[in-house]
Design a protein around this ligand. Structure first.
Ligand code: A3P
Length: 274
């Protein structure tokens, strides 16, 4: 109740809660948080900070669209509400459910070199397990079977098979409605990637290179505008564990056919190492 009152007090006249007109659908560990926070620098963007899991969890979806809308932030009618839930990307149900809400919604998909994404995912899983006092198998044990093959039963490996998942989205949405962000590039040159997104969303070019500065301590770009500056939390940009180069190269080879299919489906060659 206190939280509700707090939220009500923040309501500005002329605003209302709206269903999202754009969604960040994934991919987990590819820079989804950075993308959302950077876009939120734009005055015409209103982010929903929480991952709602509305379209991928049956119990939530059963609450209906009105329930979902009421979870969204207040916005002006010239603003785009954006929600991000990275697991939408791998969900069987999400694409059709999203189309049923709004067949013209704009979808944002951020990808990263698939093997690096697996290491990043592993680093997060490892951190969570260690925090709970659990044992963690070394990287090669998680990604290889006893026979030394890539273990495609490991969820982190499945998530990086982008072609498998993107196919489901392309069955429901025309290619032009999905903008793909290069997550490795977002790390190196955030403005270049964000500028393409503001164009895709047909927003005036309010985000400029001045909104980003490299923070040596963080080792990543951080954000600023006239009134604030911020870096992402420590959990974003974790150190990756050392991985034997031979294992890394085996993992990269495993993804080659998936990557080639992905390039073909989306009409763009990301040039990931083979
Ligand atoms: P690592 O922790 O592997 O470095 P997500 O938000 O989807 O979980 O993605 C996390 C990843 O966002 C991080 O993975 C990090 O590399 C990336 N990232 C991109 N831009 C970043 C930024 N400016 N600050 C911190 N992390 C950023």
């Amino acid at each position: 109740a206190v939280y509700e009152a707090y939220r009500k007090r923040l309501r500005i006249r002329g605003t209302q809660r709206r269903l999202p007109q754009a969604l960040i659908i994934g991919v987990r560990k590819c820079g989804t948080r950075a993308l959302l926070e950077m876009l939120n620098l734009h005055p015409h963007i209103q982010k929903n900070g929480m991952e709602m899991h509305f379209f991928d969890e049956d119990e939530r979806y059963a609450n209906g669209l009105e329930w979902y809308r009421k979870k969204m932030p207040y916005s002006f009618d010239n603003q785009v509400t954006i929600e991000k839930t990275p697991s939408y990307f791998i969900s069987r149900e999400a694409p059709a459910r999203i189309r049923a809400m709004n067949a013209t919604i704009k979808l944002l998909l951020i990808v990263r070199e698939p093997a690096t994404r697996v290491v990043s995912d592993y680093a997060q899983i490892m951190e969570t397990k260690l925090r709970k006092g659990k044992q963690v198998a070394p990287f090669h044990k998680r990604i290889l079977t006893a026979d030394g093959e890539i273990n495609d039963g490991f969820k982190a490996i499945q998530i990086s098979q982008y072609a498998v998942h993107v196919l489901r989205w392309l069955r429901e949405f025309p290619r032009e409605q999905i903008h793909i962000i290069n997550g490795d590039n977002l790390i190196r040159d955030p403005y270049a990637e964000i500028n393409k997104v503001q164009q895709f969303l047909r927003l005036p070019p309010y985000i400029t290179p001045d909104n980003f500065y490299f923070n040596e301590t963080k080792g990543f770009y951080c954000m600023r505008n006239e009134t604030f500056q911020k870096c992402l939390a420590d959990a974003k940009g974790r150190p990756h564990p050392y991985v034997d180069p031979a294992v890394m190269s085996q993992l990269r080879k495993f993804f080659v056919p998936f990557n080639e299919q992905f390039y073909e489906m989306v009409g763009h060659n990301f040039g990931w190492p083979t």
